[in-house]
Design a protein around this ligand. Structure first.
Ligand code: SIN
Ligand code: CO
Length: 389
């Protein structure tokens, strides 16, 4: 993808300019980002998903049993018939994992790393419906799918911002309007992390939120050090073979701190381990139970099926990414990593990007032992699966 061509999705600016001027910095309203956009899912289908056990959903009622009542799904079939005429929202998380036509929308965002994308949440709101003024810690693209929604953006927030007292929702106590727009189907609003926003349904409306994932510094440190510590032997310790006689035995001298800093730096700067951890962490699936594989699959059965025309597709719940270390490659698949020889580069790219894998596009890889083995492992793990299953 050429980063300098103007994109309709970004209102006629290029990916490069968008990233430079807006991404993580300021909001951007894009009229007709997707011209004539027709929501691939209708409100009834969305409500249907909210009945399913494995789907995460919420209902927010502005005037429920208490202000801003939140109910968690899965919902019973009659849950929606008893709702008031207005002022409520149904939110369904990760619809891209359940509806392939929704997942296809992510193709529009290929100018960003796929491992930064979290999911597509879809909301259906009755007139007046809103989840209140709030901020999120992640970037979001809000694409209007159906009906109209009025969006206001406000101040930049952080963990010190005052919230109203609420057990489940993070609603801002104060909202300072700065700009507002009414979005129609196909219009899209990009919001950087921590910018206060407040969307209210003008009429019955559907809004798509393309959300991103960004680990917090606290997560990076705790998870990486946990990962790292598995590889550290017990004898690897604070050491002071260079110690000098002390003047006061009760004082912690700064040379001790320097040794500690050295110990930390030595381990924290292991790039190979950092990359391995990061790839695994960023490809952890949201619903690991949906990445279940054919554990007892034999390589010859896989080859036989492919020869007979079987098609392999990525499990929509799986997350894949690849990277390089020296002359080798790393493939990250749903929280696991594999070190692979450099000649498999094009295969890794194909596995991460292709809509379908079959005997034709896999041809050269099926006669490569390591290529075959990798494909088999990915089917066993559940990141890849047969299309007709
Ligand atoms: C919504 O779709 O109603 C809420 C999305 C958001 O503000 O994060
Ligand atoms: Co939000």
């Amino acid at each position: 993808m050429n980063p300098d061509i103007p994109l309709q999705l970004l209102g006629g600016i290029s990916a490069r300019v968008f990233l430079r001027d807006y991404w993580q910095k300021k909001p951007l309203l894009i009229r007709q980002a997707i011209p004539d956009f027709q929501s691939p899912i209708d409100p009834d289908e969305l409500a249907g998903l909210a009945l399913e056990e494995e789907v995460e959903s919420r209902l927010v009622l502005e005037h429920g049993e208490r202000p801003w009542e939140m109910r968690r799904g899965p919902f019973a079939e009659d849950a929606f018939s008893e709702l008031p005429e207005r002022d409520w929202t149904l939110l369904v998380q990760s619809v891209d994992q359940f509806v392939p036509e929704v997942a296809e929308l992510l193709e529009n965002f290929r100018f960003l790393p796929s491992w930064r994308i979290d999911d597509i949440m879809i909301s259906y709101a009755a007139p007046g419906g809103s989840v209140g003024p709030h901020f999120d810690n992640y970037d979001v693209f809000l694409l209007q799918g159906h009906g109209k929604r009025h969006w206001k953006v406000g101040q930049m927030c952080d963990s010190q911002s005052q919230l109203i007292e609420h057990a489940d929702l993070r609603i801002l106590a104060e909202f300072q309007d700065s700009e507002e727009w009414t979005l129609e189907p196909g219009d899209m609003l990009y919001l950087p992390p921590r910018l206060a926003h407040w969307g209210v349904a003008v009429d019955e409306c559907v809004t798509y939120s393309v959300g991103f994932r960004a680990p917090s510094a606290a997560e990076v440190l705790t998870h990486f050090t946990d990962f790292l510590s598995q590889f550290l032997p017990d004898e690897d310790r604070y050491s002071d073979a260079d110690a000098q006689p002390v003047s006061d035995p009760h004082q912690i001298q700064h040379d001790a701190l320097d040794r500690l800093k050295g110990l930390l730096a030595e381990h924290m700067s292991d790039e190979r381990l950092l990359l391995t951890w990061f790839g695994q962490f960023m490809t952890e699936p949201r619903y690991p139970e949906l990445v279940a594989g054919a554990e007892d699959l034999q390589e010859e059965d896989l080859l036989g099926s492919l020869e007979q025309g079987a098609i392999l597709i990525r499990n929509p719940s799986a997350r894949l990414a690849w990277s390089e270390v020296d002359d080798d490659l790393l493939l990250f698949a749903s929280g696991q990593s594999r070190l692979l020889p450099g000649h498999l580069r094009e295969l890794l790219k194909l596995i991460c990007a292709a809509d379908a894998l079959h005997s034709e596009n896999l041809e050269q890889w099926l006669i490569d032992e390591e290529g075959r083995n990798l494909l088999c492992e990915l089917v066993k793990q559940g990141s890849l699966g047969f299309a007709d299953e």
